[in-house]
Write a protein that binds this ligand. Structure first.
Ligand code: CA
Length: 515
């Protein structure tokens, strides 16, 4: 049932009586006035591309659960994440703000302190104010603790709990970066105080010369590296960065996705009676791809394909939990990815050699790290059994829109100035007739940008510096995505007026830049 006007007014009036950041216990609508607030699960896969799933044309791998989710839900074929790498997309997913507006939002190193500034309004905080129980399970990669670095043996705060999550069960960085541990709420899980965890930056040489590294003991590795990833060895795999101790807390790569999925299930069961918001930040299919033994060899594409099979199992398992707990029909599930695909991202795992006919980006150009479409146009599905009419949307949608979209969906006010780059696309998400997507799209790839309006797109040149493209409009490329979805033909010289107009509009969006 949609929100009634009274419900909306009550929510707004009530909220305005209090400081927004104070938990609004008395403001939660009483049950008799409850608006429909579906449970919400956002599943963000890692490095999964536009062509990586069966429903998107994948070859050599089957993903039946994700295909079902897509086919029985709404598929956004013009769905994007906001950046071509992990940290900035996740920053924007939680804050509704482009990462380029804040310095230090590039790929976070192992010892990164919390990147999202305290006091920033976040998506989970707004949903919590709307009466939701909130949790994040999986990859964090947005830093923990105060500068200069996390207190790994003490309290890890600020972190997810200070940003609107009631519960977190995360790994701090990426699975190829140390430390290979879980953080549950404010603590490293299973850490033995007699064996403290010491984490050092990746820029240093080995702080413990007697300890084997991916260079000194390369022949002992169970997965060899192709570049970088040769510092601390854990589980027979070289990592980025240095870590020592905390042995009891270390996870095994093969168990990562299963453990996290089980944790999602536990949390769903414990919170099924409240409206809940779960952000499942899946480790699949980021390197090192080391799926559980039961998935190894289940595709023809080596561990990258097997990791897609594992991802599919995880999603199927979560949906099965919803079914078993009788909350499937009251749960909106959104599936997306944090950036486009990559084959060799630092390990020799056969992804290149075993690719076969598979096209991870589908027809799109580029992948992870790229300002072309394959860098940020990704699988994007919304499924809500009995509510979302199955179909395909060609409207533009971006993961940065989820904060405003989900706030609007549950009828919760967004504080003024919050979610500055986020459009409320809730009608479009649900497929309500006549609804529109976002009017333009900006995608970020390190210091390069793509800017799309309708079917036209400009791409900034490489090495554009801190104010990308401001002085070198002549080097921008122009593509007609309707006629040339693979961005093969640069039309900039044929249509300089269009480049000029779009360039000037992009510049307005980039201000303020580099705060
Ligand atoms: Ca990623």
């Amino acid at each position: 049932m949609p929100l009634s006007q009274n419900d909306i007014l009550m929510s707004r009036n009530c909220t305005s009586l209090f400081l927004w950041c104070v938990p609004l216990i008395v403001c939660v609508a009483p049950m008799s006035l409850a608006v429909e607030k579906p449970n919400i699960i956002v599943i963000m896969a890692d490095d999964v591309g536009y062509g990586d799933l069966g429903v998107l044309g994948a070859k050599g791998v089957e993903t039946p659960h994700l295909d079902k989710l897509a086919l029985e839900g709404r598929r956004f074929v013009n769905g994007y994440c906001s950046a071509a790498t992990c940290t900035p997309t996740r920053f924007s997913l939680l804050t509704g703000m482009h990462a380029f507006r804040q310095r230090g939002t590039g790929i976070a190193p192992p010892n990164a302190p919390a990147i999202i500034k305290p006091g920033t309004v976040t998506m989970p905080a707004v949903l919590r104010n709307a009466g939701y129980k909130t949790a994040v399970v999986g990859k964090w990669h947005l830093g923990l603790g105060n500068p200069p670095k996390p207190d790994w043996n003490g309290e890890l705060k600020p972190g997810p709990l200070e940003l609107g999550f009631d519960y977190c069960f995360i790994y701090p960085s990426t699975n190829d970066r140390v430390p290979s541990v879980y953080v549950e709420n404010h603590r490293v899980r299973n850490l033995d105080p007699n064996d403290p965890l010491d984490v050092r930056g990746q820029e240093l040489s080995n702080p413990w010369p007697d300890v084997p590294t991916g260079v000194t003991h390369r022949d002992t590795l169970k997965m060899d590296w192709s570049n970088g990833h040769n510092q601390t060895i854990h589980n027979g795999i070289g990592r980025i960065g240095w870590a020592l101790g905390g042995k009891n807390a270390l996870w095994r790569d093969e168990d990562l996705a299963t453990t996290l999925t089980e944790k999602c299930g536990e949390w769903i069961k414990a919170n099924k009676n409240a409206p809940f918001f779960l952000f499942y930040a899946s480790p699949n299919v980021h390197v090192p791809r080391m799926p559980h033994e039961r998935f190894q060899g289940k595709s023809s594409m080596s561990y990258r394909g097997d990791s897609l099979v594992e991802l599919d199992w995880c999603v199927g398992n979560i949906l099965e939990t919803l079914r078993e707990e009788n909350v499937l029909e009251n749960t909106l599930v959104i599936f997306t990815s944090d950036n486009g695909p990559v084959l060799d991202d630092g390990y020799k795992d056969g992804a290149v050699e075993k690719l076969g006919d598979h096209k991870p980006s589908g027809i799109l150009r580029g992948g992870k790290y790229s300002p072309y479409e394959g860098g940020t146009r990704i699988p994007f599905f919304a499924y809500w059994k009995g509510k979302i009419v199955p179909g395909i949307s060609e409207e533009i949608m971006n993961t940065i829109d989820l904060p405003a979209t989900l706030a609007a969906l549950v009828g919760e006010r967004v504080p003024e100035g919050a979610f500055p780059d986020s459009f409320a696309l809730n009608d479009e998400l649900l497929g309500i007739s006549g609804a529109k997507g976002r009017p333009f799209n900006i995608n970020e790839a390190s210091m390069r940008f793509g800017f799309r309006k309708d079917h036209w797109k400009i791409v900034s040149p490489p090495n554009a510096g801190q104010t990308p493209g401001r002085n070198d409009r002549a080097r921008y490329e122009l593509f007609n995505l309707a006629a040339d979805p693979s961005e093969t033909t640069d039309l900039a010289k044929q249509d300089p007026e269009r480049v000029k107009t779009m360039f000037e509009e992009l510049q307005k969006h980039l201000v303020p830049f580099g705060r």
